[in-house]
Write a protein that binds this ligand. Structure first.
Ligand SMILES: C[S@@+](CC[C@H](N)C(=O)[O-])C[C@H]1O[C@@H](n2cnc3c(N)ncnc32)[C@H](O)[C@@H]1O
Length: 336
């Protein structure tokens, strides 16, 4: 079951969607289970809560589900948690897991309900929820797309999968825009994509500059998906992917100094990794950081500035921020 586990994101906004085209699909709810024998595609445990409690109940349901997604259903108000399972969930086990979390937090046990998911034509569903999209220089499409890539655009072929990065999220878009802008003025030779997810940014780099790119993610599933997507896009020889917590892996350390590091992770690791970022970024190199909310900009910016990196651009989209930094070039007296 572990290999089917999809770690889904949270979405704000009342029309919130999971970061996957379909979270149930991402979790592998597509057959071969008791669900498919019974003519359903899986089961959903659903509960409504407030924002502050999303993490608590999601964590409580984690062991019982192959995928969990949370959606803001009322702006600034209620959130809905959906936990997907392949087998009919044992309601007593669900209640017990929630009760343990409720007792630990000294709050009331939340209500929940379990429902079977109707059988789904996944191909049609995938087409509907993951339509081809033009995104600046890029044209992102699934394998189902039978049309051509429009002239002048770079095609990125991605299917809904168990790793983040379908191109729909504002942070991914912010990074793609930043890379496309960089391509207008710079020739990149040693790039790194840290927190590669589906590999979308590594693919974009490989195709923009026809250059080798290193990609790393703490999640082995993301590494697998990145390699698959590199092959799907005909750039397997250009993309090397490895599991890495931050900059720790050999593949990541051996590739430095990088002239571009793109890292769409989260605010806290971005701030924590600032010293390692500086050590891995070449002088004159560019860092593109995303995965943070606008309100989280100050600590992330301050951490990079403490390392001597200069903020060169801030782009905001849907409340998310993409930051660009530059490591200044060496002056004659500077140590390497
Ligand atoms: C928001 S996704 C970005 C995916 C893709 N690069 C994109 O832009 O759409 C963040 C990714 O960072 C990875 N990640 C989180 N913490 C990490 C860490 N400490 N080291 C490496 N990767 C990490 C997650 O597993 C996830 O795949």
């Amino acid at each position: 079951m572990a290999s089917l586990r999809a770690r889904l994101g949270w979405r704000r906004g009342s029309r919130a969607r999971s970061r996957h085209a379909n979270p149930a699909r991402a979790a592998g709810l597509a057959g071969g289970s008791r669900a498919s024998e019974q003519g359903v595609s899986g089961y959903k445990i659903e509960l409504v809560t407030e924002r502050a409690a999303v993490e608590r109940w999601s964590a409580a349901l984690d062991a019982l589900a192959v995928a969990i997604a949370a959606f803001e259903i009322v702006p600034g108000g209620a959130w809905r948690i959906e936990a997907y399972a392949l087998e009919p969930p044992d309601e007593n086990a669900v209640r017990a897991a929630l009760r343990t979390a409720a007792e630990a937090a000294r709050v009331a046990l939340p209500g929940f309900h379990v429902q079977p998911l109707p059988p789904v034509d996944w191909l049609a569903e995938n087409r509907r929820s993951f339509p081809a999209q033009a995104l600046g220089r890029f044209f992102i499409h699934g394998s189902h797309h039978d049309g051509r890539v429009p002239a002048g655009r770079i095609g990125l072929r991605l299917d809904a999968a168990t790793a983040f990065g379908s191109g729909e999220h504002a942070t991914t878009r912010g990074c793609l825009d930043a890379l496309a802008r960089l391509a207008k003025r710079t020739r990149v030779r040693r790039p790194l994509d840290l927190g590669c997810g589906s590999g979308i940014l590594a693919l974009a780099i490989a195709k923009l500059w026809r250059t080798r790119v290193r990609a790393a993610d703490i999640d082995p599933e993301a590494v697998r998906v990145t390699r698959d997507n590199a092959a799907l896009n005909g750039v397997a020889p250009l993309v090397r992917a490895a599991r890495s917590d931050g900059y720790r892996a050999r593949l990541v350390r051996a590739g430095r100094p990088y002239d571009v590091i793109v890292s769409n992770i989260l605010a806290q690791p971005l701030a924590r990794f600032a010293p390692a970022l500086r050590r891995h970024l070449a002088r004159g190199g560019t860092a593109i950081l995303s995965g943070l909310l606008v309100a989280q900009e100050p600590p992330v910016i301050a951490a990079q500035r403490r390392q001597g990196l200069a903020l060169t651009r801030v782009s905001r989209r849907d409340g998310w921020s993409t930051l660009e930094f530059r490591r200044r070039r060496a002056r004659p007296a500077d140590p390497i």
